[in-house]
Design a protein around this ligand. Structure first.
Ligand SMILES: [Mg+2]
Length: 268
C-alpha cells in the first residue's frame, strides 16, 4: 500500500467525487485534503470543467498551483509545477473546433446545438448552473459541448465527418464533447505525468478517484483506483483486473472520497 511519504499523486474527478453531487460541498474530504497538503502530495483535478471553473475551485479547495486536467482531457495544465506542452500540438483550438462544427452543420444539415450557439442563460437552463457559473462553463479552450438533435443514422455520419477532421466525440453525462482526436482523460494524465517531475526522481504513484463511466479510462490508467458510489445508472466498468488495487466505496461523493483514501493510504 502507498503512503503519503511516497511520490504520490492524487487524480480526482470533481462532481459526485470530491464535490457532493447535490450541494457541491466537500467538507467530509477536508481533513484528507489538509493531510495531503501538509505532506506535499499534489491533488490533480481531472474533470469536464473549464479552466475558468477549475482555477477558482482549486483556490477554494486549498490546492492552488497544482496541475489540472480540464474539458474531459482536452486541456492539460502543469499549474505552478511545470510547463506542459499541448497534448495535440497541431490540434484545433476552440474557435477552430466551433468553425468546423458550423461548417458541417451548414453543409450537411446536421441538427445539433452547442455552447457557442447559445447565451449563458440557455447554458444555465441546460445545466442548472447559475448564469454567472454558466459563463465560466462557456469559457472554453479545447472542446465544444453539444446536444445532438438528429437521427442515429445522421449521428454516425456526423461522427465520420468529425473523424475526417481529426476530431473525436466523447459522451458525458448531459452532453457530447467534441475534441481533438487523441485527447481524453487517460491520455491527458499520461502526458501530464511525463512532464511533471516527481519527488527525488522516483516514478509517480497515482491514485485515481471517480464516480462516473467517463472516469473509467482514467481509473484504468492510475496505479490505484477508487470507484466512488455514484448516482449514475450506468455502472463504472473497469478493464483492469488487479482487484487488490481497486476499491469500490460504500459512500457517495466526498464521504466516499475520504473512505477511499483511508482504505489505500496506510495510517501512521
Ligand atoms: Mg463525476
Amino acid at each position: 500500500m502507498p503512503t503519503v511519504q511516497d511520490p504520490l499523486m492524487i487524480v480526482t474527478d470533481l462532481d459526485g467525487s470530491l464535490l457532493d453531487h447535490h450541494t457541491y460541498g466537500w467538507e467530509p474530504a477536508q481533513s484528507w485534503l489538509d493531510r495531503l497538503n501538509a505532506a506535499d502530495v499534489p491533488v490533480v483535478i481531472c474533470s469536464s470543467k473549464t479552466a475558468a471553473e477549475i482555477v477558482p475551485l482549486q483556490q477554494a479547495l486549498g490546492i492552488s498551483g497544482a496541475p489540472w486536467i480540464g474539458e474531459n482531457g482536452a486541456v492539460v495544465n502543469g499549474g505552478d509545477v511545470s510547463e506542459v506542452p499541448p497534448l495535440i500540438p497541431d490540434g484545433k483550438d476552440y474557435p477552430a473546433i466551433c468553425q468546423t462544427l458550423a461548417q458541417l452543420r451548414n453543409q450537411q444539415g446536421f441538427k445539433f446545438i452547442g455552447f457557442a450557439d447559445v447565451t449563458e442563460k440557455e447554458v444555465s437552463e441546460w445545466t442548472g448552473l447559475t448564469p454567472a457559473d454558466a459563463a465560466l462553463a462557456k469559457d472554453r479552450q479545447g472542446s465544444e459541448s453539444i446536444i445532438w438533435r438528429d437521427s442515429q443514422e445522421n449521428f454516425d455520419r456526423f461522427q465520420q465527418a468529425l473523424k475526417e477532421q481529426r476530431l473525436a466525440l466523447i459522451q458525458g453525462g448531459r452532453f457530447w464533447h467534441v475534441m481533438n482526436e487523441g485527447s481524453g482523460k487517460a491520455t491527458a494524465l499520461a502526458w501530464l505525468l511525463k512532464h511533471i517531475p516527481s519527488r527525488a526522481g522516483q516514478p509517480w504513484i497515482t491514485l485515481g478517484l471517480g464516480d462516473g463511466p467517463n472516469d473509467a479510462p482514467m481509473l484504468d490508467s492510475t496505479d490505484y483506483a477508487v470507484v466512488i458510489k455514484g448516482y449514475n445508472n450506468t455502472p463504472v466498468t473497469l478493464s483492469r483486473r488487479d482487484e487488490a488495487r481497486i476499491y469500490r466505496c460504500a459512500l457517495y461523493g466526498p464521504e466516499g472520497w475520504s473512505e477511499g483514501l483511508t482504505w489505500f493510504l496506510a495510517q501512521e
